[in-house]
Design a protein around this ligand. Structure first.
Ligand SMILES: Cc1ncc(C[n+]2csc(CCOP(=O)(O)OP(=O)(O)O)c2C)c(N)n1
Ligand SMILES: [Mg+2]
Length: 627
């Protein structure tokens, strides 16, 4: 760990003996730079002097002005999820609660966002001062740390705390309220000095390692299970452990389902991939996980969405859990074994001990053999068969081999069953996945995204139907692709996509959202154009929030009425034209065969693109299954 300088140095003096002081603004600016921050998302006016210091001393840090504080939080969130670095969002006192609302999503998703807001001044609080309320309590439920800074000398240690808390354990948001409605504390002079611990500028800063004894125990449990399944979550992505997950699944021959948040940890096209399990899920994944006799959860909080409210797998299913956050272990499923460790560290060790166990078993077999047996084993297999050597093996060896064979045959049967579920699912939905229907079916958009996204693309999906369509019908096709999803907030994806694109300008970022989702932060199209965040937005434009259709039909006695439709339908709006007006490229698509060319055109457009796909308002996504 690099510690540059001590927190405060009361004796700092120049050669003439007078105290050397720095502004709070310079401290914040230098520390943001020291932690590797490249973008700050904000609605003015907050920390004005800090923004000026950034421009003067760290001009590579972009100050991204948005059209709303919630959008700023979502951009910081998308930035954080793609880069693994804390995203910074800032707002003055009157915008603080808008920012707090925006922290709900990264809090639910485990994404490190640091929110800086203006605070109250001791000289004026409780006097009905303009625009001011006590914002602090609103940040409590959406942050891991919610703190005030009232003395410029405390900026270095509080910023250090912010980065440390946001990135360690299960990552999440932090709020620092800086005194003054616009954070004017940054104008104050202090003799404190910036202090940076760069290791906490990235997730995960610490990789707790597992103990070998437990790892061996877990490997034995997994080897002994008849129908094991791994459920991988966002913690595996945060840990950068996708490759290790796939390698372990292959070595142990265990199928892998993911949470929606962990979808990009194994390509959906991999033969051991079951797809996304839970509520917004693929049927075959739920069917397989519901049948498992042992579930190994890695980097997932085992929440309601991932387990379809604890029905998949059913509560009480024997389980193993591996998580960097010890307080999650055993939260919803009683555990046969657990590891409090970083996912990559745990998977790497499991893989190493798997290989060394195989080697040990080979070495053990070798030692047990008589010189005669050893000689026979060295002969080619056909020769052994001819000589009838099979019967000459020691009884021990036969038992071991017999057990191994039964186990192996059972595992083969499980993998064949899982393959059958995958094939059945594909056959059942082939028609809608390839449908040429006009208006377009959303399943067809999903399969065009599977086919058309480049190897390094990041797909950012909104919630509701957008999350369902992607979880059910889209596949990540390679280890270089990323997938981010809303943890529940409609309207997150577009702003998050802007942040993701700014964090990774070299990667194609593609947002998939419904029309209701896009309406939330439509104004941010201008931000994308202004900041050259050249993302592609694919809108499933059905002129309504039609995930609500089923619920309202039910509420009206089973059949929709014109009045019930008032509750979820909108005007027919052409988003391609709106995007064009704001300086983006708008492409309208009405026919399925125009989807692929539109995507190709967007990928080489060199500016933000909105592909407005006009789809069938009556089509709703299949409901999740629990068995
Ligand atoms: C902040 C927030 N408010 C409300 C909801 C409830 N909600 C989920 S999906 C949905 C409608 C989605 O409409 P749209 O984005 O057009 O997608 P569609 O269902 O039409 O495909 C609503 C209102 C939510 N998830 N988040
Ligand atoms: Mg819609």
């Amino acid at each position: 760990m690099t510690r540059s300088r001590p927190t405060s140095n009361p004796a700092r003096r120049n050669e003439t003996g007078s105290r050397i002081t720095t502004t709070g603004a310079r401290i914040i600016a230098d520390m943001l730079d020291g932690y590797g921050v490249t973008h700050v998302f904000l609605v003015p006016a907050i920390l004005r002097r800090t923004l000026a210091e950034l421009e003067l001393h760290h001009p590579h840090i972009a100050r991204v002005v948005t059209h709303g504080e919630k959008a700023a939080a979502y951009m910081a969130d998308g930035y954080a999820r793609v880069s693994g670095r804390p995203g910074i969002a800032a707002a003055q006192v009157v915008g603080a609660l808008n920012l707090a609302a925006g922290l709900r999503e990264p809090f639910l998703a485990g994404s490190p966002v640091i929110a800086l807001t203006g605070g109250r001044s001791p000289a004026t609080k409780f006097r009905r001062v303009y625009q001011e309320i006590d914002d602090l309590p609103a940040f409590d439920p959406v942050t891991k740390l919610n703190a005030t800074i009232d003395d410029a000398g405390r900026l270095p240690d509080m910023l250090r705390q912010a980065f440390r808390v946001a990135t360690t354990g299960a990552p999440g948001p932090v709020h620092l309220q800086i005194q003054g409605n616009e954070g004017q504390l940054d104008l104050h002079e202090t003799d404190a000095e910036p202090l940076v611990e760069p290791v906490f500028g990235r997730v995960p800063p610490i990789r707790p390692v597992p103990d070998d004894q437990t790892v061996r125990h877990i490997l034995r449990l997994l080897a002994g299970a008849e129908r094991p399944v791994i459920v991988a979550g966002g913690g595996v992505r945060a840990s950068g452990a996708g490759a290790e997950l796939v390698a372990l699944a292959e070595a142990l021959r265990i199928p892998v389902a993911t949470s929606a948040n962990g979808k990009d940890t194994i390509p959906g096209t991999h033969r051991l991939s079951l797809g996304v399990v839970g509520s917004y899920s693929r049927e075959s994944a739920n069917q397989a996980v519901a049948r498992a006799d042992l579930v190994c959860f890695i980097g997932t909080g085992t929440g309601g969405m991932t387990t379809h409210f604890w029905a998949v797998p059913p509560e009480g299913t024997p389980a193993i859990q591996i998580d960097i956050e010890p307080s999650r272990l055993g939260l919803n499923y009683p555990l046969k074994a657990f590891l409090s460790a970083d996912a990559k560290a745990a998977l790497t060790r499991m893989l190493a001990l798997t290989h060394s166990r195989e080697e040990q078993e080979r070495a053990h077999d070798e030692q047990e053999r008589t010189p005669d047996e050893r000689e026979r084993a060295a002969r080619p297999r056909e020769e052994q068969a001819r000589a009838g050597d099979g019967q000459a093996r020691s009884r021990d060896e036969q038992t071991r081999a017999g057990d191994g064979q039964t186990r192996s045959a059972r595992r083969e049967a499980w993998l064949a069953e899982v393959e059958g579920l995958r094939a059945d699912w594909r056959a059942r939905y082939r028609e809608v996945l390839t449908s040429d229907a006009v208006p377009i079916r959303p399943e067809r958009i999903a399969s065009e995204l599977t086919a058309g996204l480049p190897d390094n693309a990041v797909l950012v999906a909104d919630t509701g139907h957008a999350g369902m369509w992607m979880a059910q019908f889209h596949d990540v096709t390679g280890p270089g692709q990323g997938y981010l999803r809303s943890a529940g907030h409609l309207g997150w994806a577009f702003s998050a996509g802007v942040g993701a694109q700014l964090a990774a300008p070299e990667r194609p970022v593609v947002v998939f959202t419904g029309d209701a989702g896009l309406y939330y932060h439509l104004g941010e199209i201008e931000t994308a154009v202004r900041r050259r965040a050249n993302l592609i937005t694919v809108v499933n434009n059905n002129r309504g929030g039609n995930q609500s259709k089923r619920g309202f039909d039910r509420a009206y006695g089973g059949q929709g009425t014109p009045q019930s439709r008032e509750l979820w339908t909108y005007e027919d709006v052409d988003f391609a034209r709106i995007a064009g007006e704001m300086g983006a490229l708008g492409i309208r698509v009405d026919k399925p065969r125009d989807l692929a060319p539109a995507l190709d055109r967007a990928l080489s457009a060199g500016r933000p693109v909105v592909i407005d796909v006009h789809t069938d308002i009556e089509v709703v996504a299949p409901l999740p299954v629990s068995s």
